[in-house]
Design a protein around this ligand. Structure first.
Ligand SMILES: *Cc1c(COP(=O)(O)O)cnc(C)c1O
Length: 388
């Protein structure tokens, strides 16, 4: 008998509601627990392994880099970092040219907030209700959910929250001192709410006209997840800054803020010891190459549409709405989602919540159709169950 659970419970800080599984191995869209039981992973580490678990191309890149050079701060040039910076420029909207590399989504948001204040000389931000941007003090200040914030106040002042997809409310919330508008294109943690084209185009035009920076948080939506390399491509958005993380490096921790030439910084104004280290850069290069070579955005689009179509053919009276864009899927129930998430786990399918009534699916974009059919079957079975 192993003691892993006991050790985590006893020696870890209890910040997570544990799912009762000890995962020890993964391959593409399947993970194994310590007893050898298999699960279809429709969480992918919260939308991290878009390219699948234990991806061979990334494993090879990491292995080679580990034997070559693991660390190299930004004071020195580095081959892998140089190539990744160029790559990020090439795959992001034309408005974006230069990147700051860091280690997580929250760090990318922190950097973007500082860059916005430094560039504009203004202090305030407008963000969306239900928006999520991370747990550190700045990112938390930009996050809407009061339950995440209330025990940690005072947070950073100057953040105003407006309803998502409502341009008039956003327009009214802007003041002389607004540095930037910060939005997700699809609200992930907030319940998989998809932004409207018309809304985003109006917001973009308004920001341009009034000298307000537009920051888009693509931490969850980036790297093929929504059926495009980045969700901004659905609307041809040209933001001033774009924050990415989760799917960037195939599971290695990394974040980035990709900025337009209008974002001005100077040496010493920000930094990170680990940010842009050669290991993460090598993993990101291999991961992005894999995404491009295998057209994972195209795969996400097709597979997401397939799941939606299949679910719509079933009679599921508990379901209020299915929201889907690529392989970012929210199944909103008329009741609490937690018992169904637990039941799915018992059936060998791992999914995650998004708010209290939404079942969220973020599988690897490489998931096989055969497994999708099993997931659809299990979802149908669990959601059709009689009440106990
Ligand atoms: C996960 C997430 C973050 C925070 O990323 P971390 O790497 O957990 O700090 C920020 N924004 C969005 C949209 C996210 O989904």
């Amino acid at each position: 008998m192993n003691n892993y659970r006991q050790y985590e419970d006893q020696f870890g800080i209890p910040l997570f509601v544990k799912r009762g599984l000890t995962l020890v191995k993964g391959k593409n869209a399947v993970v194994w627990d310590i007893s050898g039981k298999k699960y279809i992973d429709c969480a992918a580490g919260h939308g991290v392994v878009n390219i699948g678990h234990a991806n061979e191309a990334v494993a090879k890149a990491i292995g080679e880099q580990a034997q070559t050079l693991l660390t190299c701060t930004g004071s020195f040039y580095n081959d892998k970092r140089a190539l990744l910076l160029k790559k990020l420029h090439e795959i992001t909207p034309a408005s974006l040219s230069r990147s700051f590399l860091c280690n997580s989504g929250a760090e990318a948001i922190e950097a973007a907030l500082k860059f916005a204040r430094f560039t504009s000389g203004k202090k305030r931000f407008v963000c969306a209700m239900r928006g999520f941007h991370g747990r550190t003090m700045g990112a938390l200040s930009a996050t809407h959910n009061p339950n995440y914030k209330k025990d940690f106040e005072p947070l950073i002042p100057g953040f105003t929250f407006v309803p998502f997809n409502n341009f008039e409310k956003l327009e009214q919330a802007v003041t002389e001192d607004t540095a930037a508008v910060l939005l997700e294109v699809v609200q992930g943690e907030g319940g998989v709410h998809i932004g409207k084209k018309d809304y985003f185009l109006k917001v973009q035009e308004f920001c341009k006209k009034n000298g307000i920076l537009l920051i888009i948080d693509e931490v969850q939506t980036g790297f093929g997840r929504t059926g495009k390399m980045f969700a901004v491509e659905h609307f041809d958005l040209q933001p001033d800054m774009m924050c990415v993380a989760k799917g960037i490096a195939g599971g290695i921790p990394m974040g980035a803020v990709i900025c337009s030439d209008g974002i001005l910084l100077k040496p010493g104004k920000h930094g990170s010891t680990f940010g842009g280290n050669p290991l993460a850069c090598a993993a990101a290069l291999a991961s992005i190459e894999f995404i491009e070579k295998n057209d994972l955005p195209g795969q996400a689009e097709e597979k997401g549409a397939y799941i939606r179509e299949q679910l719509l053919t079933k009679s599921l009276p508990r379901v209020r709405e299915i929201r889907q864009i690529g392989l970012m899927i929210g199944i909103e129930l008329k009741e609490k989602a937690q018992p169904f998430i637990q039941a799915l786990q018992e059936e060998g399918v791992i999914v995650i919540p998004a708010g209290s009534t939404v079942i969220r699916l973020l599988p690897p974009l490489t998931i096989e159709y055969e497994l999708l059919d099993i997931v659809i079957g299990k979802l149908t079975k669990v959601l059709s169950r009689e009440r106990d």
